[in-house]
Design a protein around this ligand. Structure first.
Ligand code: SAM
Length: 310
């Protein structure tokens, strides 16, 4: 078994970790990760209704199935030519996006008029989803450290007709300095990205345990900043495209141990791990969710939703 995981190109250390986490299923997960994912898109209801936009695409020969967790989401089953070259895409009627990425904004459930932060926003996929759920009303503060990625986000948001968003270049660790109290916060955290091997195969070997630990530290500092900026009763959704428990369940356990928050249930995905590597975590952590390429046909993905008590 271990040999087979190593033959897929994973370093021995990670192959051993994955075997310990998932047993026999590790091979199924990592083999599924070798296959490309279906191309998916979200209808941008700031530009047109789901019915109208899907009809426009159907007429051109595109066929698709629904994404279970978003009424705006579809994955292509027939793509007669690249959807990226259609007027629907160029005109901002659709946003090309992996299916699991549609879950965090849906899980956050922002509504019109709220004050929302998107702490790691570029290139703006989830920000634009939040804006559409908020019907372009209220305000979104969207942070990213990287200027060139924010420029891309700016282009995406204007193509999609988003007008309720302020882009802020800088570390979202500084969120409390804004002096704004948020109703809801999305932290689609920077991570090692081990759930996206299907599109970044070099990550099999380019990421080390040191990177995992670095990301974990940053993720904790970002969550701390989020919880300091949330109103009592406010909601935080934390997500990563990492498979590593150190960036997922262990971070959430640290939150439960250090802050007055309750985890909220999520409907989709499978329960997060409560005993990764034999470490017994709070049973509450099952409420967080994992998505896998073998079961959900998505990237490896993690989502947790929490409410600040008070
Ligand atoms: N949410 C984005 C979307 O859906 O399009 C994807 C975000 S990507 C997973 C993580 C982002 O975090 C990267 O764009 C990276 O530049 C940004 N980042 C890294 N460190 C950060 C920090 N300290 N504060 C804010 N953003 C950061």
């Amino acid at each position: 078994m271990l040999e087979k995981l190593i033959r897929l190109g994973y370093p021995k250390k990670f192959a051993e970790r994955y075997e310990e986490l998932w047993g026999e299923r590790a091979l199924t997960i990592l083999r599924a990760m070798e296959r490309p994912l279906p191309r998916c898109f979200r209808v941008n209801t700031l530009r047109g209704t789901v019915q109208r936009v899907t009809k426009m695409l159907n007429r051109k020969g595109f066929q698709f199935r629904r994404v279970p967790w978003s009424r705006f989401g579809f994955c292509l089953t027939r793509e007669p030519f690249s959807i990226a070259s259609t007027p629907e895409h160029l005109g901002g009627f659709v946003y090309l996006q992996e299916a699991s990425s549609m879950y965090p904004p849906e899980a956050l459930e922002p509504v019109r008029g709220e004050t929302v932060a998107d702490m790691a926003a570029a290139p703006g996929g989830k920000t634009s989803h939040l804006a559409q759920l908020m019907e372009n009303e209220g305000i979104i503060y969207a942070f990213d450290v990287r200027a060139e990625r924010l420029r891309e986000a700016s282009l995406n948001l204007s193509r999609l007709g988003v007008t309720n968003t302020i882009l802020v270049q800088g570390s979202a660790e500084r969120l409390p300095e804004l002096g704004v109290t948020f109703d809801r916060i999305l932290l689609d955290a920077p991570c090692t990205g081990s759930g996206t091997i299907h599109k970044n195969p070099e990550r099999k070997t380019s990421r080390s345990m040191e990177d995992v630990r670095f990301c974990q530290g940053l993720q904790m500092r970002l969550i701390k900043a989020a919880l300091e900026s949330l109103r009592p009763g406010g909601v935080l959704v934390y997500s990563t495209c990492s498979l590593e428990p150190e960036e997922n369940e262990f971070v959430i356990q640290w939150v439960l141990d250090n802050f007055d928050v309750e985890l909220l249930p999520l409907r989709y995905g499978e329960p997060a791990l409560t005993e990764p590597f034999g470490v017994e975590l709070s049973g509450e952590i099952e409420k967080a969710r994992r998505f896998y390429p073998d079961r959900h046909g998505t990237s490896g993905f993690f989502v947790a939703k929490m409410r600040l008590r008070g």
